[in-house]
Design a protein around this ligand. Structure first.
Ligand code: TXA
Ligand code: MG
Length: 350
């Protein structure tokens, strides 16, 4: 990020106030959260929210997450009082807020239908990032914020990522450094018939199931259904092919381990490779020395973006067991590799 970029501001009082004023005028601001950077707009301002869809090239059928500063502001987004069965689930998860958790609840009247894609529900999140908190507590309105990337591309975990994808559409980027968690929030739909995991994230399905006193299987069953290609989408926007780099990306072991000589193959490794193995690749990004999944998720999107800019023929990425945080990591990798794993790389033109 060039320090001279007029768009990027440090998270000081002056910039935070300017960001809130820009949002109040209906402009777009990129802001850091603990998961990924968000493309923020006043959630009560239909015209401002329309700018999010235009800037991202996002289909209008894919609803947005509404961010608030604290549980006290829940009525800015959701319809209160909640039904007892739903309130009970919120209470069971309340300790996880602020944090990387989004709850789908009945939508409040002030939320325009462009935010919810016409659904009767709204996705609500209370982020813990101090800069997101500072903006949300200053603004007299809730903030709609999808990840600040062009639709279907890899989510941004730094101010530079926001600038390169969406710079021309933004009034400001508040630079809060690199995001600490690196994958988007866990999304749970709270329904009278029981909670359903719509997107795995840093708050694990195992943790949620134990707090909600349901089985992991019941909680995630709609996630696996959704991932099957031929099933209709349960959550709008949860298409299988998402987070895709331009360079074909393959999960390791997927018929591509025999790297042709002189090929420009990159490798994203979850642990340090031996010199012999590393030498087979044009570039290696090592996310962790020893397979630590917190480190892997933190660096995952930046590594995919980095290798996507290297002019490679293909990227090979490690995999992990899909439990705990590994479920979120594998979800993102499977989506990023969707469409690429069908054909061996020598049959494609890159
Ligand atoms: O970590 C995050 O959640 C980041 C940061 C910026 O907070 N935001 C984010 O937003 O990942 P986005 O727009 O990239 O993903 C929001 C997802 C969409 O896939 C959408 O389908 C789902 O939330 N969603 C939103 N409203 C919903 C609703 N009413 N019912 C079901 N799914 C919903
Ligand atoms: Mg996104």
């Amino acid at each position: 990020m060039p320090p001279t970029s007029p768009l990027v501001s440090p998270p000081d009082d002056e910039s935070l106030n300017a960001a809130c004023e820009a949002l109040g005028r209906g402009e777009l601001v990129a802001m850091p959260t603990e998961t990924v950077y968000g493309l923020a707009a006043n959630a009560w301002d239909e015209n401002a929210v329309a700018k999010i869809f235009a800037a991202k090239g996002r289909p209008r059928g894919n609803p947005l997450i509404v961010h608030i500063a604290s549980m006290d502001q829940l009525d800015r987004a959701a319809s209160l009082p909640l039904e007892p069965a739903i309130q009970h689930q919120v209470d069971a998860l309340a300790d996880l807020w602020p944090g990387p958790l989004t709850l789908v609840l009945p939508a409040g009247k002030r939320i325009p239908s462009i935010v919810t894609a016409g659904k009767p529900t709204v996705a609500v999140r209370i982020p813990s990032h101090p800069v997101a908190q500072a903006i949300l507590t200053r603004c007299p309105f809730p903030i709609a914020a999808p990840s600040a990337n062009r639709s279907k591309y890899v989510s941004p975990t730094s101010a530079a990522h926001c600038q390169s994808g969406l710079g021309e559409h933004l009034a400001m980027i508040i630079d809060g450094g690199n995001c600490n968690l690196g994958v988007e929030s866990t999304i749970v739909s709270l329904e009278v018939t029981g909670p359903r995991l719509l997107r795995p994230g840093n708050v694990s399905a195992e943790d949620l199931a134990s707090r909600l006193k349901v089985s992991v299987f019941d909680l995630v069953s709609c996630t696996s259904e959704r991932q099957a290609d031929d099933k209709p989408m349960l959550a709008p926007g949860m298409m299988r092919e998402h987070y895709s780099p331009t360079t074909p990306l393959f999960m390791i072991g997927n018929d591509v381990d025999n790297i042709p000589q002189r090929s420009k193959t990159g490798r994203i490794a979850f642990r340090k490779l031996s010199d012999d193995e590393a030498n087979r690749y044009a570039v290696v990004e090592t996310l962790s020395q020893d397979g630590n999944l917190d480190e892997v998720s933190r660096g995952l999107f930046a590594a995919i973006r980095q290798l996507d800019n290297e002019g490679l023929d293909r990227i090979i990425i490690d995999i992990c067991e899909p439990i705990g945080l590994g479920r979120a990591i594998m979800d993102r990798i499977q989506r990023a590799a969707a469409g690429h794993n069908a054909k061996p790389p020598n049959e494609r033109t890159t």
